[in-house]
Design a protein around this ligand. Structure first.
Ligand code: SF4
Ligand code: F3S
Length: 367
């Protein structure tokens, strides 16, 4: 179950302090190479750089600086005690104190909070440049052409643990009892359409389908032959990542091109978020804080069905609400988002305004 964890930022992490440790290694490599890493947001918008360009060392180039020809990527193997406490610092906030020694947290502030924490959901990112795959001397890890899922061939694995060292997200996990490495398999039988629930229809992985918070969406996007995303305006993931630009990769500076994307929390200090999700943070928060009609409708598709939505359509509905934000009028419409499956057939239909159910007086505890 540790393949898929939720940690509390800024203090939590599994294995403990994994991100601080890999970012520190990257910092050291930059110092050694006398390079100042920079993000440039100018000229962004192209399909390969929707949020800007990173001008600095990745974990692969950092390894060249740090120890030429010895390791494929900067990394480390966590010690046993670092794997031991997955929930350490759960729900622990950070906050300004008024005086030295005063442990009280600062009262709520807006728009960013001085006292804050947030949850980071973590699973293998099935990276484009998977460091686990690159580091394995047995070629026991492979990335599937058809869906990009990264798998360990456990027959080939000999437990060398180079993958554990190299994965910057620490999502290749060695199991001492079997002496082979395991990782998230992307629920590939479901993605292939082999789940008896919907025969032949690609389904989202269980972690997505079971999320009661309705925060996860998984999809399959069209690819160009060079591995970049082909334009597909009505695919919900293409829209969220490349058009609305509200979903951002986790620590993109590491250079593996992770395929997990996050909508960043708006109450967290921006420098922390920029370090974690890159320079697209401000634009993403601005967009979803006052979402336009299309974005608000597409967001309703999260967790509306277990089937993978390949395309969507929005049918416009009546205005149902009006408010003011930052001095500007914001209007809400009860539009309907329709999701279509692999075969182009409708699989889900959901309105922006949640339906109201009146319980009958006779049976108040039923609907
Ligand atoms: Fe490999 Fe780690 Fe990327 Fe998953 S997150 S594909 S384990 S490098
Ligand atoms: Fe390769 Fe990792 Fe196994 S490096 S041999 S997949 S433990």
């Amino acid at each position: 179950m540790w393949w898929n964890n939720v940690e509390t930022k800024p203090y939590g992490g599994y294995p403990r302090f994994w991100d601080i440790k890999i970012l520190s290694l990257l910092d050291e490599a930059h110092k050694k190479a006398e390079i100042e890493p920079r993000w440039s947001t100018s000229g962004s918008g192209g399909p390969e750089a929707p949020y800007g360009t990173y001008d600095g060392l990745t974990i692969f180039e950092g390894a060249e600086v740090d120890s030429p020809q010895s390791e494929i990527a900067l990394g480390y193997e966590p010690a046993d005690d670092e794997w031991a406490t997955p929930n350490m610092y759960e729900d622990t906030a950070t906050g300004a104190t008024s005086e030295a020694g005063d442990t009280s947290l600062a009262p709520t502030t807006l728009p960013e909070h001085d006292t804050w924490f947030f949850y980071l959901q973590r699973v293998c990112n099935h990276c484009n440049y998977a460091a686990c795959l690159a580091a394995c001397p047995r070629q026991a890890i492979y990335k599937r052409q058809e869906d990009g899922i990264v798998l360990v061939d456990q027959e080939r694995c000999r437990g060398y643990r180079k993958c554990v060292m190299a994965c910057p997200y620490k999502k290749a996990l060695y199991r001492p009892t079997t002496r082979v490495t395991e990782k998230c398999v992307g629920c590939y039988p479901r993605v292939e359409g082999n789940d008896p629930l919907f025969p032949g229809q690609p389904l989202e992985p269980r972690c997505m389908a079971a999320c009661p918070g309705k925060i996860r969406m998984q999809g399959l996007v069209k690819m160009n032959s060079d591995g970049t995303w082909a334009e597909d305006r009505s695919n919900p993931l293409y829209y969220l990542v490349h058009v609305a630009k509200v979903a951002l990769p986790l620590y993109p500076q590491l250079g593996t091109e992770p395929n997990g994307y996050y909508i960043p929390p708006r109450w967290v200090p921006r420098p922390y978020l920029r370090q974690m999700f890159g320079p697209g943070v401000d634009e993403a928060i601005e967009r979803y804080s006052s979402p336009d009609r299309e974005l608000l409708a597409v967001l309703q598709l999260f967790r509306a069905t277990q089937q993978i939505i390949f395309n969507y359509e929005i049918i416009q509905g009546p205005k149902v609400f009006e408010s003011t934000r930052d001095g500007k009028t914001w209007e809400m419409f009860d539009d309907t988002a329709i999701g279509y499956g692999k075969d182009g057939k409708e699989i889900v239909r959901v309105g922006v305004q949640e339906p109201m159910h009146h319980r009958p007086e006779k049976h108040p505890n039923s609907i």
